[in-house]
Design a protein around this ligand. Sequence first.
Ligand code: X5A
Ligand code: ZN
Length: 683
Amino acid sequence: MHQEMKSGTALIYDEEMTRYKLLWVDPACTVEVPERLIVSHAALQKQGLAQRCVTLPVREASDEEILLAQVSEYLEAVKKTPFMSLEDLMTFTQQYGDVYFHPNIYHCAKLAIGASLQLVDSVMTGQVRNGMALVRPPGHHSQRSAANGFCVFNNVAIAALYAQKHHNVKRVLIVDWDVHHGQGVQYCFEEDPSVLYFSWHRYEHQSFWPNLRESDYDSVGKGRGAGFNINLPWNKVGMDRSDYLSAFFHVLLPVAYEFSPELVLVSAGFDSAIGDPEGLMIATPDIFAHLTHLLMSLAGGKLCAILEGGYNLTSLAQSVCQTVQTLLADPAPRPSGLSHPCKSALESIQCVRAVHRQYWNCLKHTEDTTVEPSTKRCRQEEGDGVLPEESGQKKEETQEITWPEPTTRLAPPARTAVAPPAGVEDWVPDSCLRVKGTPLTPAEAEERLRAVDPKELEEDGALQSLGNITALLDKISNKEVQNGLAVVSDVSVGMACAVQHAVSSLTDRVLLVFVGHDEVPVQVTEDGKVLVVQFCSKEPEDRKTKYHVPVCLKKQGGSSEAGFLHAVLTLLLPVAYGYDPGLVLLAAGNDSWVGEVLWAQLTSLLQSLAQGHTLTLMQLGCGDKILRATACSLLGDPVPAVGPLEAPDPQDVQEVERQRRRLQPHWGLLWTVGPAECSSADG
Ligand code: X5A
Ligand code: ZN
């Protein structure tokens, strides 16, 4: 109830947009079929997802709206297409690349924009939290006066400009995860620092469509817009989930947080998923749950996904469902079996980080490698006739490629259970389930907590706290609730108890994230049952194992937020995704310095793991504000944006980088340069 009311998800679709198709033979355009929308919408209905969304009607965009990103000569020309003969349509089409016209496409193109603007309106007015528009024709290849790549008008570019004009939005982030470069979007905002455009795309050293020099990583924007265009070219096919996640952890997310958008638009093309005949990538549809989730913590959750490409009907429908189900705040599937990005992906990631380090504080520390445009490098490599190392693993042929259907994502009947201390519960949101456990007996407590000084259990409420923790974990274990929050008299004792109980009855992998200076009362062993990430300001004793990640950050100053986020995005998340816990335990000690905004961010981001199974432990007396923020984040409410970040403290960054280097041999998602270091291979 809570979730559907407070964080509604809009779904915008109209069958009318299926009513145009290719009327002649053109091999370049055969994949762009009406069924793309039909199967996507049918899958959403079949899974009961469409019914959970707020259905909004489409509308036609006005001339004025279209002209936000197109010139009037072009608009006037397209206006004539409904009245053209087949022959005239073919002739008209020929002046553009890889696109086709149809008597009804102008109408559909106006609806595609109108759908996108309806979505922006509903999100910006707060009618819903987020949403998706299922549209045809797509938009990101459309240029001011040209159709291109199945696109007539630039839906996403117009949506961004419309949001700025009508909703006073200052900064818009456009994430283009379609497998093609949205060059039309790049051209539109090249000189505009108020719109940050990120695109990854199949490139293969410029040999893949649209074969543009300016799709390479060294196109960073122009003039005042320098730094606000981020291209991540994929120079091989066969990119997988680890490649995509690394791009998010080490390029997009740090920059996006620093930029601090007020609205996130996603050019949501699913030709970057497995089975697609255009992309030839191998990331399974579940990856879109994670990409979506990771973006939902930005801009106060204001996210509009607008369909672009996606040509394998099975993969497309599954990917659309993964995206919408995540927008609806259902728990993401566990990110199992991740490894490390491939050599070619690492090279691209390293290059894009290097060219952007002069624009973004979060990238300042990256190696100042001199990088040549990848187009040049390719000719050298291929001139040799020697294929790069990994090319054997990345297969060109996709016939008969199959993958398991994504698992059903079931949300437990209740989202969040809270065990508040008796009498003090003003801060508990109504939709939380309240839980009171049976206090442990002293004998039970001692049995469970052999590592803890029994004196600590004599404290007021200690046994009740432990009973509450046990009760919450049991409810998570029984799938009665997704996550829980316990306010405890002693966080250290609570952590020890929770880890012990979770390992014995819930999962064989617990991720413990602790903010505080006390020693973590947990044995970190090489069997990997527990992985501890500790944020603190004084150097903890370094337990030299891959399962202990101390992050020593400075406590005060305006730059502490940036340092903390840097650690979360580039160290904690990559390790956590590689570890793939069955439970996340999040604990704030009584000396935690992390404020409620960052804490809510952390809580929100970590819910992409362990199917959302998170138990949070907070110190009694830590304050209603942070308790309420935590509970709301656990409930799946949008978390407040952090705000544009200052430069992180260099010492903080050094500490994170030190740990990153130490742990790289063990956690492949930490890598940002090739094992041999790609630049050394050139020179
Ligand atoms: C929206 C989109 C792809 C055009 C490919 C033409 N367009 N070869 O995915
Ligand atoms: Zn595409």
